[in-house]
Design a protein around this ligand. Structure first.
Ligand code: ZN
Length: 198
């Protein structure tokens, strides 16, 4: 498992709800935390490691020693958004690139944890911003899609560099073609349990 760079097709994928919380999923989450800490991140979505699951993780301290700060969001749903605030964002799929993004100032979010319990948070500041950024990932939306026109124009050359680099890697075989990756993503989508007869 690796953190995938833009424009890997998984980053544009609308992820599917997780059907079962099991040992495999716990292993995925543990690996995601390791990758996130290694990259000094505060949040990571399953899309970013090539898994089309509605799941993201957060540790706003970015400190692996602070396990209490770790939060796992499974099948999250933002219930309310209030106000608006602009702030600088980055993304582990765009290493080294930052830009200003407008987000709701306060949100209420509901999700499930790794024990399958439903929880609800009211968040503001960095937590609200991070959760909105990560929730967007699950819908295949990236922070570059939310930049102002001016900021987007300024960052376009950097975004183009990410694009060229990824196409080179595909040509070299380090990544499969978009079509192959898309069919793999379809295979990986969580499937609802088959309906019973009768
Ligand atoms: Zn991101």
């Amino acid at each position: 498992m690796d953190i995938l760079p833009y424009p890997h097709p998984a980053l544009h994928w609308k992820s599917k709800p997780i059907q079962e919380i099991n040992a495999d999923l716990r292993k995925v989450v543990a690996e995601m935390f390791e990758l996130m800490y290694a990259a000094n991140g505060i949040g990571l979505a399953a899309n970013q490691v090539g898994l089309p699951y509605r799941l993201f993780i957060l540790n706003l301290s970015s400190d692996p020693a602070l396990k209490d700060e770790e939060i796992v969001f499974i099948n999250p749903d933002i219930l309310k958004r209030k106000g608006s605030t602009e702030g600088e964002e980055g993304c582990l799929s765009f290493p080294g690139m930052y830009g200003p993004v407008k987000r709701a100032a306060k949100i209420e979010i509901e999700a499930f944890d790794l024990d399958g319990s439903c929880f609800e948070y009211s968040l503001d500041d960095l937590a609200a911003r991070a959760v909105q950024h990560e929730s967007d990932h699950l819908d295949g939306v990236l922070f570059i899609d939310r930049l102002s026109e001016t900021a987007r124009r300024e960052l376009d050359p950097v975004i183009n560099d990410f694009e060229s680099q990824f196409r080179r890697w595909q040509a070299e075989g380090r990544f499969a073609s978009d079509d192959v990756i898309k069919s793999q993503l379809l295979q990986l989508e969580p499937k609802p349990p088959a309906a019973s007869n009768g």
